[in-house]
Design a protein around this ligand. Structure first.
Ligand code: ZN
Length: 342
């Protein structure tokens, strides 16, 4: 058994540690011979997380989820699940071992390589939401991609955490060589004279900021912006699905290659517990909460019935997994295991 390489390596490490402890003139105080002294003190493990991107594939389509950062809401209500009683909300979160005080949402942009095209789906928040977001550009670079190499950008809907990264810090288009795609309904809604925001349950001043920013960013890319509709294929294997309610023209995407499929659900279900266990629970940001809940149930039903692989823009990074139905009419989010080899 002593020929086992792992064991001899462990023995060497232990002897080495003993030698160091001996040279420092300190009595071995720990069972394996090491001694925590000032010089050999372990470094802190606190600091920024590394990486921020996750590579995977859908058939022949190469893909990488690039985190733009994360959003935090405190208190949770009335922004999220305003129709739930305090007890129901706390019960749902606590049964999933989550804080009942603060809601955490990740922001997962997706880059696809389809044929020779590099397609970015949503851009993160840019500089619209403060320092916890806007990290997509540096992580895109870390993943080995320059903004000028991105040939298409799809915007699932015109909320700032999805379009803010369209412009760089100087207000110029961040992806100089890209064609842009968003649903016709969405473009018409935000660029029209008076978008109906009567069902949003946020302060009037915030509605104005939403509308002003959406118009400004859509105007900035309008020369290269192509309106799309449900059923349309932006590229072979990249199909637009209608998913209205969160905004009037909110879209989901179906990415297909060979036998593999990914349903990019965008903001159909923001939180992996609240809106799966209770698909009828909504968000104050929904332009039509009832329609949003219907869309959520329809898409989650389809994902569960067909066993579709799903990506959610705000689900825990990298936001890839499957959906199961559960007794009582709700759903369960089953995240995909992290795969180091993809
Ligand atoms: Zn969003």
């Amino acid at each position: 058994m002593w020929k086992d390489e792992r064991i001899s390596k462990a023995t060497f490490t232990r002897r080495d540690a003993l030698k160091i402890a001996g040279a420092a003139g300190v009595m071995a105080a720990l069972p394996w011979g090491g001694t925590p002294d000032a010089e050999a003190a372990a470094p802190t493990l606190k600091g920024p997380q590394g990486g921020g991107y996750y590579r995977f594939a859908i058939g022949d389509v190469e893909a990488v989820v690039i985190s733009d950062g994360s959003l935090s809401f405190q208190p949770i209500q009335p922004t999220w699940a305003p129709e739930a009683s305090k007890e129901e909300l706390e019960g749902a979160l606590r049964s999933a071992f989550l804080s009942a005080d603060r809601l955490h949402l990740d922001v997962n942009t997706l880059l696809l390589k389809i044929g020779g095209e590099l397609v970015l789906v949503d851009t993160g928040a840019g500089n619209l939401f403060g320092p916890a977001l806007g990290k997509m550009p540096e992580r895109l670079a870390a993943a080995g991609v320059q903004p000028a190499q991105v040939t298409a950008v799809v915007i699932s809907h015109a909320h700032g955490d999805h379009f803010g990264g369209l412009l760089d810090g100087t207000g110029k288009p961040a992806f100089p060589n890209a064609a842009y795609f968003a649903s016709k309904t969405e473009i018409d809604y935000w660029t029209g004279p008076d978008p109906d925001m009567s069902k949003l349950r946020i302060p009037e001043a915030n509605k104005k900021v939403f509308a002003t920013n959406a118009k400004r960013y859509l105007e900035a890319i309008k020369d290269r912006l192509t309106p799309v509709s449900a059923g349309q294929k932006i590229l072979p294997g990249l199909e637009v699905l209608s998913a209205p309610g969160h905004t009037p023209g909110h879209i989901a995407l179906l990415v297909s290659s060979g036998k593999e499929t990914l349903l990019h659900a965008a903001d159909t279900a923001h939180h992996h517990v609240l809106m799966f266990v209770h698909p009828e629970w909504t968000s104050a940001f929904d332009s039509d909460p009832t329609m949003g809940a219907e869309t959520r149930r329809r898409l989650l039903d389809r994902a569960a019935a067909d066993g579709l692989r799903v990506l959610g823009y705000h689900l825990p990074f990298p936001g890839i997994g499957h959906v199961r139905t559960v007794k009582g009419g709700g759903f369960e989010w089953t995240p995909e295991p992290w795969n180091w080899t993809s």
